[in-house]
Structures are given as structure tokens and as C-alpha cells.
Design a protein around this ligand. Sequence first.
Ligand code: FAD
Length: 431
Amino acid sequence: MAASRDAPDSGGSPPRVAVVGAGISGLTAASRLARGGCAVTVYETGRGPGGRTSTRRAGPDGAGWQFDHGAQYFSAKDPAFRAIVEDWHADGLVAEWTGTFGALDAATGTFVPEETQTKERWVGTPSMNAVAKGLARRSGISLVTSRRVTSFEGGPGVGDGSWTVVHRSSAPSARTDANGDPVPEPPRRDARFVAVVAADKQAASDRSVRVYGEDPPIASAAAPAVREGMRASGQTPSFALMLAVKKKTGAGDVPLFEFQGATVAGDDVVAWIADDSSKPGRPTGAPDADVTCWVAQSTPGYAARRVKAMATVPGTAPHQALLNEVAEEMTEALLGLAAKCAGRGAGEAEKRVEYEIAHVAAHRWGAAFPDDGAVAAAAASGKGCLLDAERRVVGCGDFCVSPKVEGAALSGAAAAARVAELIAETPAASL
Ligand SMILES: Cc1cc2nc3c(=O)[nH]c(=O)nc-3n(C[C@H](O)[C@H](O)[C@H](O)COP(=O)(O)OP(=O)(O)OC[C@H]3O[C@@H](n4cnc5c(N)ncnc54)[C@H](O)[C@@H]3O)c2cc1C
């Protein structure tokens, strides 16, 4: 195949592969490629790995308040993903989250627990981003954080056929011009990659044009099948509320909710509630054991309304104003549900939930879930990832399989397999 004819000469050293995005898909791809003998560089625009399996820490110094404000837990249905979870488990990166789970009826405040636990719920431990952190530490992987990949240069048919990755700092620039306006730092270039893996649909998103005035990075790779697959359709936003509540002195032993996780039916604002402090390995609320960290996830309708009413860019004052309003509205909705729930247990007298709010914040996920159309379009390839073998460009992410941690990991594994095939088809002398 063409990929083997003009593959770059890496002079006997391990083949170099670039991965854009340190979420579960990118790091699953990276860890498999590294295990197969590649030298993998993973670029992440965020400050750390994890993507949508992120964890936020908050509170006074030393406070162990933390919130998994993206993925809440994951289940493993596909045998291939079960094997991946076993590997993570053996590495101490995940544990099973047990407790009382069920459905909360917003109209009546009635909580109906699952009769029997219907599925395993896995979480990263001691935080959801532990999986990504653990994968990024594996041998053969270099993680480059706070760097946004802006384009790719070279590639098959140009020079030695290798790819160069162009990336810029995603932190605010410290350099200013004579007027005091920030001057972007010059981009850096890393050369001699045999193949590139774009592990996020965002690599093809027009958001790049709106926010940075630049084409999205995948545009420069001239790999239309990958680009079009990533752009096949949209994504839905979501808001996460992070709320630390402290029991009032002298209050009875009544938590905000008497469950660890519930899907909410019939509420306009809140769709899911989780007691994050109940997840395994979490800090025990130190220095104040009376503090419990709750996460609530918005309904798709509420998120769409709020995002439509005010499109904002993270890091700006309007964005913070939006988050403050959302935090207020979601807190009111959550506390309203808690009040309805109180004393709804069979045969129980009405209870008063007495607490004070120790911390509250909201996070916007502009692209929380790929919509069904996106998943269907990418899945139609049947490969679990998007591939342009001639260009040695692969696209992967949850949008290729299913909008979950499981889908992301399976897509990353598929991407690694495709890259390994490309490399295997390349004569050793030209790698
Ligand atoms: C609020 C919420 C709740 C969820 N709940 C669950 C749940 O309970 N169970 C479940 O299984 N799943 C859940 N999910 C979905 C799950 O989190 C995702 O399916 C999965 O984490 C996606 O992984 P990914 O690698 O495909 O993408 P991501 O995690 O989004 O990773 C992509 C990474 O690429 C980086 N990136 C993009 N462009 C560039 C660039 N140009 N340069 C450098 N880096 C770049 C991004 O910063 C990001 O870190 C939830 C998601 C959200 C948002």
C-alpha cells in the first residue's frame, strides 16, 4: 500500500506516532501503541489528561473536596472493554462504586431504588481522571499538556513523508506588545511522526475558527474521510453542578439525599445526581468530615436553552457570569428536589435536611455528548475509528462507537490496531 512506499525513515529507532487528545480514546490508543514498541507523543490542550473524564478539586487548602464533573461512572458490556477494565483494575486505576442507585421522580420526590444491582459501576480511583493519568504514565508515552495542536505539516508525498505536528501554548500568553495586548507565543514544531491519531471530534470543529480564527487542525492533514467523519453531525452540551454541603451543627444524621446516585425523571433542570464522596478511594472530606461533595448533571433541554441564550468563550467574564447563573439555578433545583425527597422513605416521619453550602460551582461541557447522527456516521465505517491509510491519519473518539467511556476506549483500541497495521506494512528499513 502507498503508506509503506513512502513511510519516513526513522533510522532504526521506534516508530514515532503523534496522538492529539489525552482523553480515554487517545490514551488507550497511545498505551497500546507504546506497548507495541512505538514512541508516542500525546498532545493535550488542557492542563492535564482526562478530557471528559475529569476531576475538579476545590475548597480551602488541604480540603479533600473533589468532583467528577464529567463522566460519572462507566459500565463494561463489550468483552473487549471488559478486558481493558481488568487491565486498569490490575493497575489500581479503577474500582467498583457500590451503594444505593435508582430513579427519583421529581413530581412526587419518590426515590425508587434498583431492585437488584443491574450493572457494575466502575470509577477511576482516587478520582475519575486517575485512569487517564495512569495510562499517560505508561512507558513509551510522552504527554505534552497545555499545548493545542493547530496543524499538521508534511505527510506522505512531502519530503521524507513524515508528519510534523504544529502546536501552541493554550495558556494565556505572558508576552505583551507596546499597547499591553497579549502577543501569542510562536508555535512549536515536532517532526518525524510516522502517523497521526486525532482523538477528538473537536479536531475538525469550526469552533477553532470562531475562537482562534484558525482552521481546525485536521483541515491541514488533507484526509477528507477522517475530517468528514468527524464533522458528520453535532454534539449536545451539558452543565455539571459541583456542590459541597456541610451538615449544620447539631443536625440529625440526614444527608442531602439518601442514595449514592439517581437518574431524575420529570425535572426541567436536573437529570442526574451523585454523591461523589461515596465513590471508592475518595478523600474523606478532610479537614471537615461533615462535608459531602455532590454532582448534578443538567437535562439536555436546560443545557441547550442556556447555551443558546448566551454563547460564551471560556476564560472570559461573560462565561463566568453564565456559570454563576447556572450554578444558582441548578442549586435551587437540586435543593428543591432534596426538600421533596426528605421524609419520603416508607414509614418515616418527615425529616428536615439541615446543611450549609460550603462550595458551589458549575462547569459547561460545550460538547458533552456526540449526537446519535455522529455516532451512526462514524460507526458506519465498521472499523471503530476513521482511517485514511494513504495519509496515515486516523480519527478516534467516543463518537466512533458509543458516547461513553466504553465507546472511547474501544475506538482508541481500534485506532491503535489500524496504526499498527500501517506500520507493519511498512518495510522495517524505512521506519
Ligand atoms: C457531563 C458528562 C457526563 C458523562 N457521564 C458519563 C457516564 O456516566 N458514563 C460514561 O461511560 N460516559 C459518560 N460521559 C461520556 C464520556 O465522558 C466520554 O464518552 C469519554 O470520556 C470520551 O472520551 P474521548 O477520548 O472520546 O474524548 P475526550 O474525553 O473529550 O478527549 C478528547 C481530548 O482531546 C483534547 N483536544 C481536542 N482538540 C485538541 C487539540 N487541537 N490539541 C490538543 N488537544 C486537543 C481535548 O482537550 C480532550 O481532552 C459523560 C460525559 C460528560 C461530559
